[in-house]
Design a protein around this ligand. Structure first.
Ligand code: BDP
Length: 685
């Protein structure tokens, strides 16, 4: 009970009757004669059943005679399993999909778990185990599932020296001291965890590829990287690498990285040949170019389409992909300049290139226009771009949301992002639909997220932060799942099915994002954090800096005017029906008010509070809510393993202290700036 197993800890079901009920069929597993391709699926199934039901299932390779069983296999191989699945069912199962189907014959109950591929079967097995662990009704079930998103990606920001950029859970699981790890057992455990929730792609190194890191795509590292790829392959996960756009210079001995230079093009083609000779299913490259001092095509007067297409051409013969990030902005801007707006940058840079990228290029777009703040509008590139493959980039690692010291469950935020209606093709053109590719007929699409995983024993630092990893992956698979449902699954899988535990932990998780927002930066303005490490309050920390991250507070008001009418014009980047809402301060969703408008402190919000009073109220409330979080957790003493109970309690104590610091710094700053006191006379310093 140290958290290492995450949601795969498989604990014995508390409900004895149900256990017996499931065991009737789960004690026998029938497979076909060639068990090789189902080896992993079978062993996962067996160990899961053992944990959940306390039963050592018997595996047989023949038809059961009048006895209930699980029938397991890959369809379309001319094996017995085929006879259980009808044609109109088979055709619904895609190459990553599965079927779970229970029916009665005579007195026996057969539970079929099958895919049309080994990978689909694995997903089916993990799904069945989830159903059992969460006490679902299996009898009569017919479940055919396919993932909504083709690409379901985890991004690591791991450096070869073992450090992790924005990592809050220890060091890298992949690298130590400029070497690939020798602890491959842990990598296998990780691959299993990811596979169990449907992740199918992983980028193992940081998007900031510095000179030394460029070596990862040389023979110094590639053999070891290939061993990692092998482990992931077994679990249906493709390995990708972040690459330095100027690799030709850094490691190739050329004087240029100009994407139109024939020598540069040749170098990358040969590099692709080399990589694929070692990793035949290599996923491709993730590229951060012309951003935060990383090199890129701008140096040579070329566009990002030129840059991406050059790499895409090299990977194309092998089916590799180029994932090109849209996080491109000027990080050296003058804060005195009120026209240049960092929020505009991604759209300004990439909209003109729509339709110019090759088929194996995807643009990876951060969810918001700034940088993973606690609240941001959705990037206008979603709904803007139509002729380009797109990935939504989220951040699981809690860089700006409490760094895994605070509890901040992000699934509700991600749901809002996925459900956001861009109106690009009339009502119901949500982000979640666009990224599947179905709205604009894009060939590829999906989601990527910066992981919160490190080599801490419990993987995520704060044990409860595992819920963010879990939730992200579940949303990749099916963005229509409710936050409530995902959370329910996670709690039951991780802790137990006791209603007290389930209800209490769910309440804690589901409210925690709003709580974090309450005591940090208000109404969509963001930032107000300490520069560099981004932990803790510092209202003006980024105010007179070069990063383009301003709140523009003075004694009369706060907020950035991003309207077309009088501001930076950012609001005009949205489809006109959305732009009209943001442009108008009365229609603008209040939680984003200060992102779009500069408002006086005495402005009356819909609640009847003035803006300044709202700031005070939410900050006092935020701290009270953390107190409640702690009380709720405390009520679970004896219901959760002691080790995890104490660990989380300690984090919550720290969060409480730190939320007070946030409250006091923010409230005091605005009190001093405005001279307006709190109507309720609470203590402000
Ligand atoms: C910011 C991080 C920085 C990353 C950058 C990125 O502060 O460490 O390198 O984003 O996404 O959030 O490239």
């Amino acid at each position: 009970a140290n958290g290492y197993n995450c949601w795969l800890g498989y604990h014995l079901l508390e409900n004895g009757e149900l256990r017996e009920n499931y065991s009737q069929w789960a004690s026998n597993i029938v497979i076909s004669k060639e068990p090789d391709e189902i080896k992993i699926a079978l062993s996962e199934l067996k160990s899961g059943i053992n944990g959940i039901l306390g039963v050592d299932a018997v595996v047989v390779t023949r038809e059961p005679e009048q006895s209930s069983c699980i029938a397991l296999g890959v369809l379309g191989r001319g094996q017995n399993i085929d006879s259980y699945v009808k044609y109109d069912e088979v055709v619904q199962i895609g190459n990553e999909g599965f079927i779970i189907k229970a029916f009665k014959t005579g007195n026996s109950e057969i539970v079929v778990v099958a895919g049309t591929t080994t990978k689909g079967l694995l997903y089916g097995v993990f799904s069945l185990l989830r159903l059992l662990q969460t006490e679902a009704t299996i009898s009569g079930i017919l479940k055919i599932e396919n993932p909504a998103n083709q690409l379901r990606i985890i991004n690591h920001w791991d450096n070869i020296d073992g450090s992790i950029e924005r990592g809050y859970a220890g060091k890298s699981i992949f690298f130590t001291d400029n070497k690939v790890t020798e602890d491959l057992g842990r990598i296998k455990d990780y691959a299993r965890l990811l596979c169990s929730v449907g992740i199918n792609s992983i980028v193992i190194n940081n998007v900031n590829v510095h000179k030394y890191e460029s070596m990862l795509i040389t023979d110094k590292y590639l053999n070891d990287v290939a061993s990692l790829a092998q482990i992931f392959r077994d679990y249906g996960i493709k390995l990708y690498l972040s690459a330095n756009f100027a690799s030709t210079i850094e490691i190739g001995g050329l004087a240029t990285a100009d994407p139109l230079d024939p020598q540069v093009r040749k170098w990358w083609k040969e590099k692709a040949d080399e990589i694929y000779s070692l990793i035949p299913d290599f996923g491709g490259f993730l590229i951060k170019a012309d951003s935060e001092f990383r090199p890129g095509p701008f140096t040579y007067g070329r566009t990002h389409a030129d840059g991406a297409n050059m790499l895409a051409e090299a990977l194309e013969p092998y089916g590799g992909l180029v994932i090109w990030r849209c996080f491109v902005y000027n990080c050296m801007q003058d804060w005195r300049d009120r026209i240049t707006d960092r929020a505009r940058a991604a759209y300004d840079n990439f909209m003109p290139l729509d339709g110019l990228f090759r088929e194996n290029v995807l643009l990876q777009i951060k969810n918001g226009p700034m940088d993973f703040q606690v609240r941001e509008p959705v990037s206008p590139l979603f709904g803007g771009l139509q002729k380009t493959n797109q990935l939504l980039e989220l951040q699981i690692t809690q860089e700006y949301t409490g760094q895994q010291k605070h509890l901040c469950y992000l699934v509700p935020m991600w749901k809002e992002i996925l459900d956001f209606d861009t109106m690009a093709k009339g009502r119901n053109t949500s982000v979640k639909k666009i990224i599947t590719g179905s709205v604009f007929n894009n060939k590829l699409g999906g989601m990527a997220a910066v992981t919160n995983i490190g080599n801490d024993l419990n993987w995520t630092g704060h044990q409860m932060a595992q819920s963010n990893t879990y939730g992200y992956a579940r949303l990749c698979w099916n963005p229509d799942l409710s936050a409530e449902k995902i959370t329910d699954e996670w709690v039951r899988m991780t802790y137990s099915n006791y209603e007290k535990v389930v209800n209490t932990v769910k309440e804690m998780l589901l409210g925690s994002w709003r709580t974090y927002e309450n005591y940090t930066s208000p109404l969509g303005i963001g930032w107000m954090v300490n520069p560099n490490h981004h932990y803790g309050p510092n209202v003006d920390g980024y105010e007179y800096d070069k990063w383009g991250t301003y709140h523009r507070a003075d004694h009369k008001g706060i907020g950035v005017d991003r309207t077309v009418k009088s501001g930076t014009g950012y609001a005009g980047q949205y489809h006109k029906d959305v732009a009209g809402i943001y442009e108008d301060m009365d229609k603008c969703p209040e939680e984003l008010l200060l992102f779009f408008h500069h408002m006086p402190y005495d402005y009356i919000l819909k609640s009847g509070e003035t803006l300044i009073q709202y700031i005070y109220n939410t900050h006092f409330k935020g701290v009270e809510e953390v107190e409640e979080l702690r009380n709720k957790w405390f009520s679970l003493k004896g219901w959760i393993s002691e080790e995890i109970f104490l660990h989380v309690l300690e984090r919550l104590d720290g969060q409480l202290e730190h939320s007070k610091e946030w409250r006091d710094v923010i409230n005091t700053y605005f009190y001093r700036k405005t001279g307006i006191s709190d109507e309720l006379g609470r203590k402000i310093y």
